[in-house]
Design a protein around this ligand. Sequence first.
Ligand code: HEC
Ligand code: HEC
Length: 334
Amino acid sequence: MKARSRRWLVTTAVSAALLGCVTTPEGGGGYARSSALPAPPEPADNPTTPAKAALGKQLFFDARLSGDGSMACQGCHYRHLGWTDGLPLSRKVGGGMNTRHTPSVYNTGYYTSWYWDGRAKTLEGQVTAAWKAQIGADPARAAAVIAAVPGYQAEFQQVFGAPPNADNIAQALAAFLRTLNSGEAPWDRYQAGDQTAVSGDAVAGYELFVGKAGCAACHKPPLYSDSLFHNIGLEAGKASPDPGRFTVTKEARDMGAFKTPSLRSVSISGPYFHDGSVSSLEAAVRYMAAGGKADANKSGLLTDRRLSDREVGQLVAFLATLTSHERFAPPRLP
Ligand code: HEC
Ligand code: HEC
């Protein structure tokens, strides 16, 4: 397994090099990175730098970015909740309800498409969409509000050589998101050789995860996601089922399919699934291990693994060791 993780790391580093990417030494927008995950790839026109990530961190926490000044990005993505909000579904600025659960933005830079259905092809595009849809902003007008703050003027000059605008604000936010990497978990320490970092149950849980329970077929280490879309049966029997990935591709096989979430820091980011329908991690694991609800389009990789209660408990114990404890301090806003 270690060899496999290493191969993934190498592949990522190599593709990053091929794309001409610069890796950042910073994590969380301001601290030295000592993570089990390498810096994620980044687009050639938006390299991550410590100053840009720090600027994006301020913007992520700043309610002045929203249409009415009432809500920041972190209003639904709280760090202590694994960058989610603990709610099944969240209310947007303006009062509308989301129809899908707020996902974690930990490790979001490693995906190849964004949102539960992958409709955003770039992280910068995703950020702009969230800026409008979630916090009700007209980006050009919100950029003018940001541009009126002297501290921001100076920072944007330093980072972009230009005043704040809709594009560079989205770039700074995306750069910050690329530093949110939860790679400092007890399991990472265990894999790096610290035998005391996790319990025997967690080790047994990992063996099940990559073996008999079949979880790693989709939740591939070290990200614990394959960045792909699968139907796991959650929409079966609903009055108006969410078509999920089908909305994007119009392919019948994508009906009811959603992106595989990373399971890093999953124990602090409940409730679970794209509809936020399951509140405990144990119940979510039980659902997956039992093969999910019957659905004509359900992935063949998800079957009833006939696990005992003890084995379910071991899987939960393993997943709990994926919670990262990297340093993070909220920003000071200008
Ligand atoms: C009102 C709650 C709310 C606020 C505020 C909010 N988001 Fe989100 N965020 C969501 C929901 C819900 C989704 C998933 C929507 C979907 O998949 O259709 C999401 C998805 C995301 C994703 C995609 C993660 C992935 O793995 O695909 C990113 C990145 C993100 N938000 C960043 C932001 C940024 C940046 C801001 C501020 C501009 C923001 N969010 C503000 C609720 C919110
Ligand atoms: C067929 C691929 C596949 C397999 C196999 C699989 N998963 Fe998943 N898993 C997914 C997808 C896709 C989602 C999100 C689906 C959704 O919300 O509709 C998910 C969601 C989850 C979640 C909720 C995470 C969150 O943040 O909401 C947990 C926990 C989970 N899986 C654990 C497991 C465990 C444990 C196993 C093995 C018993 C497993 N999965 C097997 C694809 C898979």
